[in-house]
Design a protein around this ligand. Structure first.
Ligand SMILES: [Zn+2]
Ligand SMILES: [Zn+2]
Length: 331
């Protein structure tokens, strides 16, 4: 637990079996309790970590009166389910994340079969299917999500103690991802949108919006216009130079577009063939698609599709369908 600014604490909540290690959640002192930003992964270990760190601050779960969740990925929203047993806190998320909860989590099998169909259309070989099965406990939990009490659209001001948090809608990594900006103290709660080292995964999924990468780049531009002195991200370490980081992430995505354009110079390709031809995880020296673990292969293909969608919208590439398989070529 770190007190980042007077009355703003960072809590580190472990994520089971994940290289990210933990989710940073933030507690803001309010007049009659606390506001929590993001909850963490749902596990006994996570709940204990939350309790321990709250007691270091001299408080407890029952004094959390509001929980704002940046987006509904399991490492942010998961623990809300358990926290509801200890507090009557109002749960607040963006309207589009509520829609994701209702669609993806209540129709989990339909979503999986949509994804499977999409693999075939995009030229993935049979042996890379199907999607991994979900353990039954998780499936049950996903099908009975906690329904949020309130939704935001972006632009709202949420006051907590000495701070006024402005909601900024930053779609891309998730369709209803939000950041919170405190203009007086120049603090940005960045969620997964702007992390200091890794670039967040941007996937074209059935519920991810029309052009998630395009939306992500626009959201970066929105943040670039803010006067920020300290970024409190949901993973990795606190950092200070938001504008430099935005430039790096923008460059990363431009490089990937260039790489895709280069592979298309050889002629039309499926998204699967493009994924196989480009370099993945450049921050760790670069890995070929065939050497990625299965889950990462799926993420890589979905990310390629997000790039192709943005390039279609920008008119850089066009697509055609032959025998139920989609191909891309340079416009
Ligand atoms: Zn996320
Ligand atoms: Zn996350």
């Amino acid at each position: 637990m770190i007190e980042v600014k007077p009355g703003i604490y960072q809590l580190q909540i472990p994520i089971h079996n994940n290289p990210l290690g933990h989710t940073n959640t933030y507690l803001v002192r309010d007049n009659d309790g606390y506001l929590l930003i993001d909850a963490g992964w749902d596990s006994k270990e996570a709940l204990q970590a939350m309790k321990d760190q709250l007691s270091e601050i001299g408080t407890g779960l029952d004094l959390i009166t509001r929980i704002i969740v940046t987006h509904v990925h399991g490492d942010h929203y998961g623990l809300v389910h358990t926290l509801k047993n200890y507090t009557d806190a109002e749960i607040i998320i963006h309207r589009r994340e509520k829609e994701v909860l209702m669609y993806r989590y209540t129709a989990v099998y339909e979503t999986l079969s949509d994804i499977e169909e999409s693999w075939m259309r995009n030229g993935a070989p049979q042996n890379e299917l199907p999607m991994p099965g979900l353990p039954s406990r998780d499936t049950h939990r996903l099908q009975t999500p906690v329904i949020p009490d309130s939704t935001v659209e972006g632009g709202e001001i949420i006051s907590a103690g000495d701070y006024s948090l402005q909601v900024i809608w930053t779609p891309g990594h998730a369709p209803g991802h939000i950041c919170l900006y405190e203009p007086t103290s120049k603090i940005l709660f960045g969620g997964d949108h702007v992390l200091p080292v890794i670039t967040p995964n941007i996937s074209l999924l059935p519920y991810a919006g029309e052009n998630p990468l395009g939306e992500f780049m626009d959201s970066l531009k929105t943040l670039d216009g803010l006067d920020v002195e300290i970024v409190l991200p949901a993973h990795e370490n606190i950092y200070y130079d938001l504008h430099k980081r935005i430039a790096e992430i923008t460059h990363h995505h431009h490089q990937r577009n260039l790489e895709i354009m280069n592979t298309l110079k050889e002629g039309p390709k499926t998204a699967y063939k493009i994924s196989s031809a480009i370099t993945w995880i450049p921050e760790s020296g670069g890995i070929r698609y065939k050497d990625l673990p299965p889950m990462h292969k799926r993420m890589a293909l979905l990310e390629t599709l997000a790039h192709l969608k943005a390039m279609l919208v920008d008119g850089e590439v066009k697509s055609f369908t032959e025998d139920d398989i989609d191909y891309y070529e340079i416009s």
